[in-house]
Every structure is written in C-alpha cells, then in structure tokens.
Design a protein around this ligand. Structure first.
Ligand SMILES: Cc1cc2nc3c(=O)[nH]c(=O)nc-3n(C[C@H](O)[C@H](O)[C@H](O)COP(=O)(O)OP(=O)(O)OC[C@H]3O[C@@H](n4cnc5c(N)ncnc54)[C@H](O)[C@@H]3O)c2cc1C
Length: 455
C-alpha cells in the first residue's frame, strides 16, 4: 500500500492525466517480454528531468520502490515493478534534435529507436544500435540494457555510441556524465557505468547519441550448409579474415523450418543451417570484402553461397522469428548467451546434446559474428515436468557458456530472469563492489530494487 501522504503529494504535483492509480490502468504496466507479471500501484509519466527528480525525492522520503520503464519490450523482467510502488514511464519524454555538425542526436528517453534512425537518415547518418524491436522500444531502454542488434558485429552496441547523458540517481540527484565531444577524459566514465545498469542506478533523462555516416552501399551473401559444424566452421573462417561483415546472422534447422512455415521459398530447401551476411561500405570496399567473405564461406560442408544484392526479404523473415517462436511456445525460455566466435562449434554441439539429454525442443539463431546466440527452449512452464527439465537444461547451458569463456547475456540484460545465475559469471568480490556502487547511487534501495543480484 502506498502511503496516503505520498499519494496526496503526487496527485497534487502532477496533472491527473500523468498519473494512473486505477488497478486496471496500472495493469498495462505489469508486464514486459519476459514471462512474469507484476503490477505497480501507481504509474507516473514525468515530462521533464525536474519531475523525475521530484518523484525520486518523494519515493526516497516515503521509501516507495520506483521502476523506470520505456516501452516494456525488455525480455529480462527489468521493467517489472516486482515490489509494487511506482512504474515511472518515460514514454512521454519524446523530444530530440539533430546536430549534424557534431554528428550527434540529443534525445529524451521516450523517443523510439526507429524515430532516431529516421531522423538521422535524413542527414546521411544512422545510430548503430539496431534491436529488432527498433520500431517500438525506446532510447532510454536501449541505454539501460546496452541494446545491440545484427550490426553490432561491425559497429558495436549502445555503449559504444553514447557520448554523455543526464540522469537522476536513486538518491534524487541530477547528474551529467560524459561530454558533448567525441574526445574527453575528465573524471570517471559514469556514462558507460549507467549504460547497461538496467535502471538500478539512475533514471536516464537525456542522452547525447553519437551518429555514424550511412554506408554508400550494402550487399549481401546467403550461404547454407549441410550441418551445424560446417556452418560454425564457416563463421570462424569469416571472422578470421580482415573484412568485417556489417551483419553475420546464424539460423539453425529449427529456425529455418519455422521461416518455411510462413515464407516457404525464402530459404533453400536443402539448407539445415544458414548464414545471412551483410556487407557495407563503398562499392569498391564491398567488392573486395565480398570476394574474401564468399571464399571464407565455402568450406566442404557448404551447399551454396551466393551474392544477393537485396537481402531485404531475408531480413524480414529473420525478424519474424521471435514472434513466430512465441506463436508455438508463448512462454518459452529465451536466452542471449555469448561465446568467443572460436568456441561456437563446441557451443552448438553441446546445445544439441543438452536438448536431447533433457528432451527439450530447442531453436537457436542470432548474431554469430559476435558469438551471440539466442537460445530458445520451447517449453510450456504450465507443464511442471517440462519446466523442471527446461530449468535444468538452462542451468547446464549457462555452465557451458562460462566454461567456454563466454557471458550470460549479450544484449538483453539480467533483470529478474537471470539474477539467480549471475554468480556463475561474476565472482563474490566483484559482486560486493557492484552492490557498494548501487548503494552510493541509491542509498535507500528504492530504484528498481531486487534486480540484477540474487535476493
Ligand atoms: C520482438 C523483440 C525483439 C527484440 N530484439 C532485440 C534485439 O535485437 N536486440 C536487443 O538488444 N534487444 C532486443 N529486444 C529487447 C528490448 O527490445 C530491448 O532491451 C530494448 O532496449 C528495451 O527497450 P524498452 O523501451 O522496451 O525498455 P523496457 O523494457 O521498458 O526497460 C528495459 C530496462 O531498462 C530500464 N529503463 C527503461 N528506460 C529507462 C530510463 N529512461 N532510465 C533508466 N532505466 C530505464 C528498465 O527499468 C528496464 O530495466 C527485443 C524485444 C522484442 C520484444
């Protein structure tokens, strides 16, 4: 229950249409793309940094938990108000402006990724973080999760494309981190600390996004293989030569079969695994890179590798995979593990072994150039036995990833879904230091409490 005085103060300070307290309205803010549901007791829509600060100060005063939220597309439960309290929805802070001379876009947190891309494109630029959810996820959410996407293999993730930000800490202080220029070494790099902190340290109220010039041309290669081993070998060969593809996506047998249900002619009928490769640059750079990458694709298990000047239809098919999987297994376990590219053969072989061992249907696809694979365990959690087998399988998958020198999450974050496993990757001393940092930013532990670390 929210304290009466807190409720009265909020309703006095905010206009009625920027605060929800009705349980039905609040329910729309109870879920994200994880399997859990957890309603807030109040939703507040701040319109500027001062309003965010006011909410944070009042939440500190009355010890009310507050959970920042963009558009709730996160898959790790990060935006779920697990302990009730306030869902702080940034979706109405939607201002942004382009500064072409400095190659930056200054954005409020509620702007959609796609809006940034559309505006940047008009000036010949793009912002490299390109999650498949671009059309409906926010820049604030992208920063808080350090989102990535297919182009991260060449361009990196959100952390690599933000110069600075303004935020309100858990303690209610407004801070400015980083700078407006592409060079700057004054003080600690708090920008990179806050990026990826999943709304546990500070609420991002503005950010300076570093833009990249659009490539003058884009081309593609599609290569398919007789088995996963040959495909993994080709990924290693591609990444071992010096021409970096702008995307290198892997689709396994299950993914291809799913795509065939919607688009029967998009993938070759004899393919069991497939690589979608994008190459960008000037025409001459593309021509050189294309030859080198095509040759790297062609190992003994390659059934075909062809240049496709327009790979748009394949991208559409690739982007429909997540929703398609949800159709057949709405409450599937969906992970985004990463291993060094050189360890992909061991990862794929062992994923298949573990799926057989636990009798769990498994579909894998993802950003192979980063070694970032979306592992989907198609279980029905309402079936207790399936859920138990799925969880045992997942536990072993995480052990496998760590043994291969990998990491538990490449782009989705830890949130509540993976916090039980964080100790597999991060040692006690480092977790203790991280918790101390959390206390400095948020001494009353009111900002997204309980996320990231095991309870
Ligand atoms: C179909 C689909 C495809 C996806 N594809 C990708 C992909 O390719 N790559 C990828 O990286 N992700 C992907 N995602 C996951 C998700 O879209 C991203 O994590 C996205 O960045 C979340 O943005 P959001 O606005 O929905 O944030 P939310 O889900 O609302 O929040 C995510 C986290 O950020 C915090 N947060 C949000 N706004 C702020 C703020 N202003 N200040 C501080 N903390 C904040 C929240 O507390 C939470 O911890 C996909 C999701 C879906 C549903």
């Amino acid at each position: 229950m929210l304290p009466r005085e807190f409720l009265d103060t909020i309703t006095a300070k905010f206009s009625a249409n920027n605060v929800f307290t009705d349980a039905v309205d609040c329910y729309a803010y109870a879920y994200d793309n994880s399997r859990r549901i957890s309603p807030p007791e109040m939703v507040i829509f701040p319109l500027d940094v001062k309003q965010i600060q006011l909410v944070m100060q009042l939440c500190n005063q009355y010890r009310v938990p507050v959970t920042p939220r963009g558009r709730g597309t996160g898959t790790a439960g990060g935006s779920l108000p697990e302990r009730g309290g306030v869902a702080l929805s940034l979706e109405r802070m939607c201002g942004f402006h382009m500064d072409a001379a400095n190659r930056v876009m200054v954005s409020e947190p509620g702007v959609l990724n796609q809006q940034i891309q559309d505006e940047a494109r008009r000036h010949g630029f793009f912002w490299p973080p390109d999650p498949s959810s671009a059309a409906y996820c926010t820049v604030g959410g992208n920063l808080a999760t350090s989102a990535g996407g297919p182009h991260a293999v060449k361009y990196g993730t959100t952390r690599d494309h933000v110069l600075g930000l303004t935020a309100v800490t858990g303690a209610g202080e407004i801070i400015k981190t980083g700078c407006y220029t592409t060079k700057g070494v004054v003080g600690y790099d708090l920008t990179r600390l806050i990026i990826g902190s999943e709304g546990t340290l500070a609420v991002i109220s503005e950010c300076t996004l570093k833009l990249t010039p659009l490539p003058s041309a884009i081309s593609g290669i599609v290569a398919h293989y007789r088995d996963a081993e040959s495909c993994a070998d080709a990924i290693i060969r591609i990444m071992s030569q010096p021409h970096t593809p702008s995307a290198l996506e892997f689709l396994d047998r299950g993914s291809l079969n799913l795509i065939r249900t919607r688009n029967p002619h998009v993938v070759p009928s004899d393919a069991t695994t497939l690589l979608m490769i994008e190459i960008d640059g000037s025409e001459s750079e593309i021509s050189t890179a294309q030859n080198a990458i095509l040759s790297a694709c062609k190992n003994s298990g390659c059934l075909g590798a062809t240049i496709v000047p327009d790979i748009d239809s394949l991208w559409i098919a690739r982007k429909t995979l997540s929703p398609l999987l949800k159709d057949i297994a709405p409450k599937k376990i969906n992970e985004d593990i990463v291993v060094p590219v050189s360890r992909l053969p061991e990862l794929l072989a062992n994923l298949s072994r573990l799926a057989t061992k636990y009798e769990v249907a498994n579909v894998n696809f993802g950003h192979a150039g980063n070694g970032n694979i979306h592992v989907n365990l198609l279980i029905d959690p309402d079936d207790k036995d399936q859920l138990r087998r799925g969880e045992l399988c997942l536990n072993e998958i995480f052990d496998l990833v760590i043994s291969l020198n990998g990491t538990l999450s490449g782009e989705h974050g830890i949130g509540s879904e993976k916090r039980a496993y964080i100790g597999k990757e991060i040692d006690d001393a480092t977790i203790t230091l991280m918790k101390s940092i959390k206390r400095v930013f948020d001494p009353e532990n009111i900002l997204n409490p309980g996320k990231l670390f095991p309870n």
